[in-house]
Ligand binder design. Sequence first.
Ligand code: FAD
Length: 426
Amino acid sequence: MKTNVLIAGCGCAGLYCALNLPKNLNVTIITKSDEESSDSFLAQGGMCVQRDDEDFECFLEDTMRAGHYENDKKSVELMIENSRDVLADLVSFGAEFNKNEDGTLAYTREGAHSQKRIVFREDATGKEITLTLLKESKKRSNIQILEYTTLLDIIEKDEKCIGAVIRTKDGEVETVEADYTVLATGGVGGIYEHSTNFRHLTADAIAISARHNIKLRDITYVQIHPTTFYSNEDRSFLISESVRGEGAVLRDKNGNRFTNELSPRDVLTKAIKEQMKKDGTEFVWEDLTTIDNKTLNEHFPNILAHCKENGYDATREWIPVVPAQHYFMGGVWVNYESKTSLDKLYAVGETACNGVHGKNRLASNSLLESLVFSKRAAKDIEKNYEFENSYGEYIKTLGLEEYKDAEKLEEEYKNIAKNIIREGNK
Ligand SMILES: Cc1cc2nc3c(=O)[nH]c(=O)nc-3n(C[C@H](O)[C@H](O)[C@H](O)COP(=O)(O)OP(=O)(O)OC[C@H]3O[C@@H](n4cnc5c(N)ncnc54)[C@H](O)[C@@H]3O)c2cc1C
């Protein structure tokens, strides 16, 4: 197969990158699962935006403080500066966000935000955004999405990326020749036993990049979310931070509050784990009954429904919560235009690391970061576009035997990623 731009991943980062590429380019998006199975669909709380001019410094400070000041300040500035532009794009594509009675946008807040600056659509903001992007992509004749098609490797030649090896829906191993390749494969939760992420997000781009000596950054920085619903489901269900932002409190086994519920995620996770150890329990309680029923029903209908399905009426009783792996701050090193250390290869979204989050991500910054920097990738590709025509014959000579055993390869990639994330890239 031959395409102008190959994008691996169909979450908000991959889709928005595709939508920002020129319409005369042939863009192929591949996704390991079906097109709606991405973490972008799961995002509950919302997306941060700069509220007004005064908010710039405050938003910057909140992000840097949550990131232990290890953030790349310029990346943070770029994210904030471009936030209203991204929001305007989403609205122009038809995305709808909750509004106040007077018709203005409603804002909510989550932990470590010093003011309300998060736009949301009930507790299913990611679904609203990503479905909108997906629908918009379907209107573009230059964009095709191939479901159940997995990126197995990139093809490197003359110090640049010239395409990829993929497994198709039918299980065939094939090559794709591409002028540009974009890694948008999301987070790493699939390599953890307990995670809020989709299980098929197994850090493939991290393993592939490591094998090609592509630069990685902040690779050991993994975020544990303090509050996921305690159960033995395959994927941990998130109890969004915005529930605490609206007033929910945490209680120990005796029903006493034991911490500040709006601390940054890493601080709160530590407090919960310590409390569980002290109490000899496998969870702590989250009390949503402190929030009035109208707000609960209007803002968090999916969370209430999930609790109900699992035997808890959260409007009347406390629910058990426990920390679980949630987000990956590190990733494939990229510059401010989302370009990796290998020519013609970009990385966007959770799989990339431009340093915006530092050591700990501020809640609701990841949808925004994914969108701002995937648009920057698209604009950079457009600006520097070079058509390649010379590698077809070379690609035909490649041996594909090593990719044929799907299970063995996935296991190998998982182990590479686990070792790097646990021990750093030595
Ligand atoms: C439960 C939950 C709640 C969240 N809530 C919020 C929130 O309120 N606000 C916020 O800002 N962020 C939130 N996040 C984080 C945010 O959703 C993600 O960081 C963001 O959506 C990442 O987007 P992405 O496009 O990079 O990855 P994803 O949306 O995860 O997409 C990854 C894509 O890559 C594909 N893929 C993976 N491997 C391969 C491969 N080898 N070959 C081909 N395709 C592959 C997948 O199939 C998928 O299509 C939440 C995350 C979770 C899990």
